[in-house]
Design a protein around this ligand. Structure first.
Ligand code: TRP
Length: 337
């Protein structure tokens, strides 16, 4: 029996943080043996907003190293860089020409990011979801693990595939592009900001206090948890709408300690913040230590990392180029020998 195929990606912008790990990469790691996996570092997406060329390559390697450090296992998974496989750019162009402009203008993330960019909104920012659709459709992925915020982009991907198959695949009788299903992570893994329990932990938050980066030192972690927002109540509980910070910090403790929700709820029900914060600090430092060690070892051996990415590129390109050929042929292009 062939395994279903999974594809997902993270952008090499900013520091990867606990939200990226607990909300995304950790789930990929947990489920990887069930699937054939492709994990991409989406460096073409990284230039849809202004970026610094001096750090793009290092940040790209950094995310690949984070994948390995978090436990992505090459016997089940491929790790590759989006820009190393030119088919991503090429399919994006072809799909651009069948994607109605208003589909892109309706994307919530575009509207939010466009407000932040002011005058500087690039065509690339508008086109971001078509590039993401190309990433997914090139691999005929069955499942795409993403956060809730990417659900709309996944629906767009399904719409683009259906439209392509309808227009160029004999009214959809030929399934040239496969429609993927989202794998939306469970509620518990939505990690919120340390300075506002109602906002997602995010790379783009201007305050570094709002997040714990995967590569923060023990001192930084201690200082951030010490200062993080809490509430005046005694006794800690999950799922109280009035206490978003309590829910978030308990959830972090639950995920990082590997305990069940019930066990954590009982352990912490009578605690005050002064007792809980050192416990969370210690647990966070201990959970990140092996990841940081592996990350630094991988980054110190560039030859090893490059060999993994080369192998990933080859395996990715074989599949991607096959899909690209089918798409071009359906569109009526002459295919050179
Ligand atoms: N847009 C995704 C995010 O910001 C990243 C991404 C790009 C992606 N291409 C993808 C995720 C393909 C899944 C599949 O989270």
């Amino acid at each position: 029996m062939t395994r279903q195929r999974v594809l997902s990606g993270v952008q090499p912008t900013g520091n990867p943080h606990l939200g990226n790990y607990l909300g995304a990469i950790r789930n990929w790691v947990e489920n990887q043996s069930q699937y054939e996996n492709f994990f991409c570092v989406v460096d073409l997406h990284a230039i849809t907003v202004p970026h610094d060329p001096k750090i793009l390559a290092t940040d790209t390697y950094g995310i690949a190293a984070i994948y390995l450090a978090c436990g992505i296992d090459l016997t089940h998974s491929n790790i590759f860089v989006q820009s190393h496989v030119p088919a991503h750019s090429e399919l994006t162009w072809l799909l651009n020409c069948i994607t109605p402009l208003n589909w892109l203008q309706d994307m919530v993330q575009f509207k939010e990011k466009a407000i932040k960019q002011g005058e500087n909104v690039s065509t690339g920012l508008l086109d971001y979801p078509v590039l993401m659709a190309a990433d997914i459709l090139l691999y005929q992925a069955d499942k795409v693990p993403v956060g809730e915020d990417q659900k709309q982009h996944l629906e767009l991907t399904r719409d683009i595939a259906a439209r392509f198959n309808h227009l160029y695949g004999n009214k959809g009788k030929q399934r040239i592009l496969k429609q993927p299903d989202p794998l939306i992570r469970s509620e518990g893994a939505r990690v919120m900001s340390l300075t506002d329990g109602t906002k997602k932990m995010s790379k783009s938050d201007p305050s570094d206090q709002s997040r714990i980066n995967l590569l923060d030192t023990p001192e930084q972690i201690q200082q951030k948890i010490k200062k993080c927002k809490t509430d005046p109540h005694r006794g800690l509980v999950f799922d109280d709408a009035e206490r978003p910070e309590a829910n978030n910090l308990l959830t972090l403790y639950m995920l990082l300690s590997g305990q069940s929700k019930e066990a954590v709820a009982i352990e912490c029900q009578d605690m005050g913040w002064g007792q809980f914060k050192p416990l969370l600090t210690e647990t966070t430092i201990a959970a990140l230590q092996p990841i940081q060690e592996k990350y630094h070892a991988v980054m110190a051996d560039k030859g090893y990392l490059e060999s993994i990415l080369r192998q990933g590129r080859e395996q990715a390109a074989a599949i991607a180029n096959d899909t690209l050929l089918k798409v071009k042929s359906a569109l009526g292009y002459s295919i050179p020998l």
